[in-house]
Design a protein around this ligand. Structure first.
Ligand code: PBG
Length: 327
């Protein structure tokens, strides 16, 4: 038989569902997902965030049913954000042992040991000016802010947090928090650092959810310029040297190259934060009937894993868990 012109038959490995399954390289699992939760002071509060349909601020009396739902879906972990009743210049609600997040952690831990509780460690939901540290002369004072972040982390660990996730982007925050945790007897509690956090417009809806919009200026003196890649490598490197156990890259969708770079450079679990704006865009389009939400969400979460994420923080965690069960 006359030989056909040489070409490769890639379609051989795609010709049935079984074939596609046996060659599949990446698998999205419910166990990879972290669900962000917004807890608020008060009673009987379940406020839908207007820019994030399907995402709620809840008061602690709704926490129990929320946890039941997550456990039933097989979602192994939550990331807690708090909205305090009152804010002040120094964000004191963040490190109050009776603060909203500390209370939520204790309540979850009293109920179950099955759920991993990750505490977001930052001041911006608690400061009257909305910045992630103390303001001196119109800018965030790095070194003066560090002790407040350490206090926040320690009170969260005392309340029972399993993982401390500092998101403030001050220089030295991992070193100081690590040392503070160790000195307070929490050497066994890991730090999941928001190592690579860009100054991103994709956080807009979150700032509605967490009521943390800066009241003046922006976060560009502490969060990173979206144009930079080498800087991300330096941030990840220093956090590892300072003792980070996990590295977060945030946002995810526009930063897949960074996720891959971080993964290739550091043999630690890499976490992608699929942020609020990424959620809201998909939600808006799907509520308009313009896209297939289920297919799009599973595709993008799988893509984040393919890019190198071991863990994904996502507001779609519950939906994804349901869809993965059905698949
Ligand atoms: C707090 C914090 C932010 C997010 C997580 N932790 C907001 C910010 O830096 O303004 C964003 C999460 C999201 O957009 O989903 N520093």
């Amino acid at each position: 038989m006359k030989k056909m012109t040489e070409f490769k038959r890639h379609r051989r490995l795609r010709n049935s569902a079984g074939m596609r399954a046996i060659v599949r390289e990446t698998e999205l699992k419910t166990a990879d997902l972290v669900y962000p939760l917004f807890v608020v002071e008060g009673d009987h509060i379940k406020n839908e965030v207007s820019s994030m349909p399907g995402v709620y601020q809840i008061s602690l009396d709704y926490l129990e049913e929320e946890i039941d739902e997550l456990l039933k879906l097989g979602i192994p972990s939550v990331l807690l954000f708090g909205i305090p009743e009152e804010k002040d210049e120094a964000g004191s609600g963040a490190y109050d042992p009776e603060g909203i997040v500390q209370k939520a952690i204790r309540q979850i831990k009293q109920k179950t040991s099955e759920l991993l509780v990750i505490a977001d460690t930052c001041l911006c939901e608690y400061t009257s000016h909305g910045h992630c540290g103390l303001i001196h002369n119109g800018d965030v004072d790095n070194d003066a802010s560090l002790p407040l972040h350490v206090k926040t982390a320690v009170t969260q660990a005392e309340a029972g947090a399993d993982i401390i996730a500092p998101s403030n982007m001050m220089d030295g925050f991992v070193a100081e928090i690590r040392q503070g945790l160790d000195e307070a007897g929490f050497a066994h509690i890991p730090v999941m650092s928001y190592a690579v956090k860009y100054a991103s417009a994709f956080y807009g809806p979150f700032r509605d959810a967490a009521d943390s919009t800066p009241q003046f200026g922006d976060r560009k003196t502490y969060q990173m310029d979206p144009a930079n890649r080498l800087e991300a490598m330096r941030e990840a490197q220093s956090d590892i040297e300072e003792g980070a156990d996990f590295l977060i890259v945030k946002p995810a969708l526009s930063y897949m190259d960074i996720i891959r770079d971080v993964k290739n450079n550091h043999p630690v679990p890499v976490v992608a934060y699929n942020v609020s704006g990424e959620y809201s865009m998909v939600k808006a389009a799907s509520l308009n009937g313009w896209i297939d939400e289920r297919a799009i969400v599973l595709e993008k979460l799988t893509s984040m894993k393919r890019a190198g994420a071991d863990i994904i923080i996502t507001y779609f965690a519950k939906d994804a868990a349901k869809w993965l069960q059905e698949n």
